[in-house]
Design a protein around this ligand. Structure first.
Ligand code: NAD
Length: 260
């Protein structure tokens, strides 16, 4: 696959590495503040999509930039009919505008706040387990997430998605309580606090606790590699297996890949 990398920060560099490891070609890189590729010193990084050499040779573009710039980038790529994978977060209020632009141009796009295949599998495993546990009232349900001590927000977006899916499947739990409790939790509350410690890249645990035993389902990230490899996988899904047109989420891709 010929890949254009849009945004050459932490994720852009991870994508470059994953693309090289996967024997893909990087046809161009765009980032306004970086001058050259670190993997290929001397290879220029372009400031704007419009001026990026070879961009029209790309089978897919992978966009990990910033909330304020993602929408303009998506539109510029749609106009050139370049299938686009968008990992940038914080622009989803503009989804309708983006859908219109992509559909009008007859282009394609897949977006997700979390391209890690491990995390997306973990959601499905945890949600299926929740559905089973729903029939066994002796199990209380809760969990926690742990991230490095530089993380600015809590709970994590992954914890929110996980817990929302659990609430949808366990009838006796009606709301999530994220913060410290200075009282007993109510039976319909799912307690899911956050721990900030050291350099942990991200751990999420869902716990089913009965008087007799405990079932724990945990996802532990080792590093950011799974985001990059997931984004490349999404680019392959978008560009192969028949012409896909329009805007997709990772859920559609996983339904397709897993047949569920
Ligand atoms: N979906 C996922 O799986 C996933 C995983 C990790 C990070 N993210 C998100 O991806 C985004 C990038 O994360 P990061 O850690 O690489 O951030 P980063 O700050 O390290 O890199 C962002 C880069 O985008 C560049 N940039 C800014 N405006 C641009 C423009 N108009 N065109 C091209 N490049 C531009 C910046 O100069 C910077 O180098 C964030 O929104 C982050 O939340 C998503």
């Amino acid at each position: 696959m010929n890949i254009a990398i849009i945004g050459y920060g932490k994720m852009g560099k991870m994508i470059e590495k994953a693309a090289i490891d996967g024997k893909h070609n990087i046809v161009t890189i765009v980032d306004p503040v970086v001058l050259e590729s670190s993997a290929f010193p001397g290879t220029r990084v372009y400031k704007r999509i419009e001026e990026a050499k070879n961009i029209d040779d790309a089978d897919a573009a992978i966009e990990f930039t910033q909330p304020a710039t993602a929408v303009a980038n998506i539109k510029a790529l749609a106009e050139r009919k370049i299938p686009t994978v968008v990992g940038t977060t914080g622009w989803h209020d503009h989804l309708d505008e983006v859908k219109q632009a992509v559909e009008k141009a007859g282009s394609s796009l897949i977006w997700s706040s979390n391209f890690s295949m491990g995390v997306n599998l973990f959601y499905r495993i945890a949600w299926y387990a929740s559905k089973l546990v729903d029939a066994f009232p002796e199990f209380d349900v809760g969990g926690f997430e742990a991230h490095h001590n530089k993380k600015l927000d809590s709970p994590s977006g992954t914890a929110k998605t996980l817990a929302e899916g659990v609430l949808d499947r366990i009838e006796r739990k009606k709301k999530v309580v994220w913060e410290t409790l200075n009282r007993k939790p109510a039976p319909d509350e799912l307690h899911f606090p956050s721990l900030r410690i050291g350099s942990a890249p991200g751990r999420h645990s869902l716990i089913f606790d009965s008087p007799a035993d405990i079932i724990e389902i945990t996802h532990n990230a080792r590093n950011r590699e799974s985001f990059a490899s997931g984004a490349i996988r999404a680019a392959q899904w978008l560009t192969t297996g028949g012409k896909r047109q329009g805007v997709f989420t990772i859920d559609e891709m996983l339904k397709d890949l897993l047949g569920i």
